[in-house]
Design a protein. Structure first.
Length: 225
């Protein structure tokens, strides 16, 4: 896995201190990837409609991911109130992105003539809200586990970096360095919640892509849609 792909392998000159682009990129890649899989299964990836649906999925995924990242930065803490606020906010984002994707796909399928029905929009919005909200709560519940895992990885990475510095500076053989105690993030909850919310949105995308669209009338002059 290339951890610096989001800055084009140039973490010195290209930075993302707010983390906004990371989450937007993650949402675009995950949602777009799910839609690509669905189009491959249906044999429609080489059509302009299939490519359009992939673009819509990636675009709504980027918007949703960026919003989820902002929520995680703005609503911090591990208390029940913070968890509930993140869940509601992420559910709102999930509802909006799922409905927007349904509308975009309907426009593509009808050649821009017709959008999604009200019933389909409500169904997809509800679905997106449920999956994103539950994903947010699940991420918060898994926060302590993720924090411990991150602590171990961070501690090992810090030890390796200290050893590397000692060797480069010619300060002796490997072993014996004391890089100090690794301190895990103080608020791991929001990050875990972000992961869960994006995962929930991805599930919603996959479920929605697998569901047939509601019947629509053909534009005037066309025999079949």
């Amino acid at each position: 896995m290339n951890l610096y792909a989001y800055v084009r392998n140039d973490p010195i000159n290209a930075t993302d201190p707010s983390g906004r682009w990371f989450w937007a990129g993650a949402g675009a890649i995950i949602n777009g990837g799910i839609q690509i899989h669905q189009e491959l299964e249906a044999g429609t990836l080489d059509s302009w409609e299939g490519a359009g649906r992939v673009a819509v999925a990636a675009g709504t995924g980027a918007i949703g991911g960026g919003a989820v990242g902002t929520i995680g930065r703005q609503i911090v803490g591990r208390g029940a109130v913070a968890i509930a606020r993140r869940a509601v906010a992420n559910a709102t984002v999930g509802a909006g992105t799922s409905a927007a994707q349904a509308e975009g796909n309907a426009r593509i399928g009808s050649g821009g003539q017709q959008g999604a029905s009200g019933e389909e929009l409500r169904s997809r919005a509800t679905q997106g809200a449920v999956f994103a909200g539950l994903g947010s709560v699940a991420g918060d519940a898994a926060g302590p586990i993720i924090s411990r895992a991150a602590g171990g990885v961070g501690r090992d990475a810090r030890v390796a970096a200290a050893e590397s510095d000692r060797l480069i500076q010619g300060q002796g053989q490997p072993g014996g360095s004391d890089p100090g105690q690794y301190v895990p993030p103080r608020n791991p909850g929001p990050t875990a919640s972000q992961i869960g919310a994006i995962g929930g949105e991805a599930v919603s995308t996959g479920v929605g892509a697998a569901q047939p669209s509601s019947p629509r009338s053909c534009p005037t002059g066309r025999r079949a849609c």
